[in-house]
Design a protein around this ligand. Structure first.
Ligand code: MBD
Ligand code: FE
Length: 281
């Protein structure tokens, strides 16, 4: 039987935690009154849950043990991005008029290989999966093409694994950036990703199993699209009719983000066009 390299919860969790720790973050301190208001409301919300459900000491101890294990597994980035980030994104992007955003998730890496206008994403010889030509145009809100817009694409492979977060995959596999020409166009040759399953052997998997939920995200492409003087949009695109498009564990699917690929004109795989309009900064 073929051996598929398997990502362990602790392995991908450790990588995701390390990646987040190195991320460029705003270090501006948050106003004390705001910290107090938000922390008080968050803690009070938890008190309400305990009263409403009559939470027992056994359940309180199980919670403590589980929280400790999330940290040991390095799964805080995974837990937060799956169950919390979609609401942060909703609040952050409520006023956007252009391309629709959604969550970033834990597996973005800045600095992927850069190409001009058209590119085949870095991939292995015989990379599995249906070939996909993903193309479009970056414009402003009036539909004018933007030159030197940056389109960053990253996604899982046909086994649902991300390079740099699962063993045995080349560093930049299925990750790349395109800078648009004067026509604002970009074209990526890649392969369709598989649905993503949250690792079943870690703390997030334990929560899912204990609650009888499922662990799946629909197959998706991750994107960051930006240009000088424009707001960066972080988003994901899904495939119509795909497994779990209707019940994403991370609740990150929106109707505007569903692709409908057609057979490729080349006769090889599928192709789809998706355009991004960027809001002014
Ligand atoms: C993913 O691939 C992802 O995109 C998110 C949001 C959470 C876990 C894995
Ligand atoms: Fe993802």
């Amino acid at each position: 039987a073929p051996t598929v390299p398997s990502a362990t919860a602790a392995g991908s969790g450790r990588s995701a935690t390390e990646r987040f720790t190195q991320k460029e973050r705003s270090t501006s301190s948050v106003d004390q009154a705001r910290v107090s208001a938000i922390a008080t409301d968050a803690i009070t919300a938890l008190h309400d849950v305990i009263r409403r459900h009559g939470v027992t000491y056994a359940e309180y101890d199980a919670l403590k043990a589980w929280l400790i294990r999330v940290g040991e597994d390095g799964e805080w980035p995974l837990f937060l991005d799956v169950w919390v980030e979609h609401v942060v994104e909703e609040v952050a992007n409520a006023d956007r008029k252009g391309a629709v955003g959604t969550i970033e998730g834990p597996y973005y890496i800045p600095g992927s290989p850069e190409f001009r206008s058209g590119a085949t994403l870095p991939m292995r010889d015989g990379e599995q999966g249906t070939p996909l030509l993903f193309q479009g145009t970056v414009t402003d809100l009036d539909g004018n093409p933007i030159e030197d817009a940056r389109v960053e694409l990253w996604h899982a492979d046909d086994d649902g694994f991300y390079s740099q977060f699962a063993p045995g995959i080349p560093e930049w596999n299925l990750r790349g950036s395109i800078l648009t020409g004067a026509d604002g166009r970009f074209a990526f040759h890649t392969v369709k990703p598989a649905p993503y399953q949250i690792p079943t052997d870690g703390s997030c998997g334990a929560l899912i199993a204990a609650a009888g939920w499922h662990a799946w995200r629909p197959a998706h492409l991750h994107l960051k699209v930006s240009a000088p003087g424009k707001q960066l949009v972080t988003t994901q695109l899904y495939f119509e009719g795909g497994a779990h498009v209707q019940d994403d564990v991370a609740q990150a699917v929106k109707p505007e983000l569903i692709l409908r690929p057609t057979p490729a004109a080349s006769g090889h795989g599928e192709e789809v066009t998706y355009d991004f309009a960027l809001d002014p900064a």
